[in-house]
Design a binder for this molecule. Structure first.
Ligand code: 5GP
Ligand code: ZN
Length: 112
């Protein structure tokens, strides 16, 4: 848990989210500003700043997050999907708690 991290607050339940999946290690919830008809985030419960902060010890967790993407996408009715991991400010990362975006079902216009 990292103070003032919005995703840690979602993990702990302090901030509400539309949860679509949860187990001991990860949570998945709908993005608050979706850029596709289906747009959810797969987030580890462990606070890790970004993909660039990951170490060998996180290998299994990263693999688990990626393997969840097709399963949850299918549950959400997607036949195909895009995945995205923004890394660093210059990589477009806004929330510094690592997450995988999963998007599909057609783009939505987004103003930012
Ligand atoms: P990033 O740019 O860091 O890869 O993506 C962060 C994502 O988190 C954005 O798509 C943004 O809409 C989403 N997001 C930010 N704050 C919240 C929140 O409080 N709840 C939910 N559900 N999504 C959030
Ligand atoms: Zn966090």
């Amino acid at each position: 848990m990292s103070d003032n991290c919005i995703f840690c607050k979602i993990v702990s339940g302090t901030v509400p989210s539309t949860k679509i999946y949860e187990d001991n290690d990860v949570i998945a919830f709908n993005d608050i500003r979706p850029s596709a008809s289906v747009h959810f985030l797969i987030v580890p419960k462990l606070h890790i700043d970004s993909l660039a902060s990951c170490e060998n010890e996180h290998q299994a967790l990263l693999g688990k997050m990626l393997l969840l993407a097709p399963k949850l996408a299918k549950q959400q009715g997607l036949a195909g999907f895009k995945t995205l991991i923004n890394t660093g400010v210059e990589g477009g990362q806004e929330v510094f708690h690592i997450h995988v975006h999963v998007m599909g079902g057609g783009d939505k216009s987004r103003n930012n």
